[in-house]
Write a protein of this length. Sequence first.
Length: 115
Amino acid sequence: MKQPGLIETCRRLIAEQLPSRYPTIGYTACGLHISVRTLQRQLRVRGFVYEDLVDGVRREVACRLLQELDASIADAARAAGYTDPSSFSRAFRRWTHMSPRAYRQRLRLQANPRS
């Protein structure tokens, strides 16, 4: 079986830290058993920046939760590591160019086009 790569492992370690705290590079480096500087260097060689990985994981978590009808927008914000709803809304608009509510409505319309 193929071992997960550096990027996949970083994403997993970042997701583990959400929603309890901001996913630090120190925690992620420790989980990989390398120094922060080595992690930064290895990410850069692969064309990544740690903060962009965090942003991507937060976006994935939020979008996945908003697809669930029983999860509230506040639930999605907390799961993505946001304590302030307005900060979450701003980040979500940056990711998708729409509000969390509009995103969810679009998903509902796509699922039930005759509604």
